[in-house]
Design a protein around this ligand. Sequence first.
Ligand code: NAD
Length: 261
Amino acid sequence: MYQDLENKVAVITGASKGIGTAIAERFGKEKMKVVVNYHSDETGAQETVAIIKENGGDGIAVQADVETEEGNQLLLNQAIDKFGDLDLWVNNAGMENSHETHELSLEDWNKVINVNLTGVFLGAKTALAYFVEKNKKGNIINMSSVHQQIPWPTFAHYAASKGGVKLFTETIAMEYAEKNIRVNNIGPGAINTPINAKKFADPEQLAATTAMVPMKKIGEPEEVAAAAAWLASAESSYVTGITLFVDGGMTLYPAFQDGKG
Ligand code: NAD
């Protein structure tokens, strides 16, 4: 546990399930105050809040669409109204779907870019505006992916969105460094969450994905949450603009693992 995190106020987008929930629960253990954003799964968000409280922290569930400025502003307002401040913003919400690119509709392209990239921009902008106005030290964590670096056929819109998040993060990390605002990415590999439930339920697809991971196992959301807690804490006080891959080595060219080639 990181003692400096106690009573710090965080917004986490897309926190009614998966990685967002795991981060919220971990922040509960850190005794933080958490705005748990959800899009449509209110029950999941309320369950997450209950676990945060059981873990020793505090939380509220807030419905908002990260694709909109109003949605992001509402999350900030709720953090201030309920907990009096904002210290950390985690842009976690994301989505994916698979289409061959010559058949990818503009609608599907726009939707994935809007949630995964524009949503990150709007969340970061909202948090930055608050930190700058208050002249306070701030912290932003964006959930990117190994696919900010690894091309992914039939997921061109997803890969483009995460590649965009990488350079967006690096740019604003530099832009706000002198203002004492740190901005970092987490790049998960293959993690056991609802986004992958169908894929990992199929033994063949599970084996194919596992084979691409040098550690030969799928990651757990708690392992991503541990990275978020470290980036949130003062233990990472001199770290900004990085992507912390949590991927069992997936970004290390696993095809070379047997020493041939
Ligand atoms: P998930 O599907 O379990 O959770 C995604 C969350 O985002 C959901 O709660 C969903 O409701 C929310 N969301 C989607 N659109 C939204 C919107 N417009 N407004 C608010 N919330 C919205 O997926 P996950 O695996 O927990 O993924 C979390 C993040 O991690 C995503 O950004 C994803 O791209 C990234 N990621 C996941 C993996 C993995 O293997 N699971 C790997 C790399 C990156």
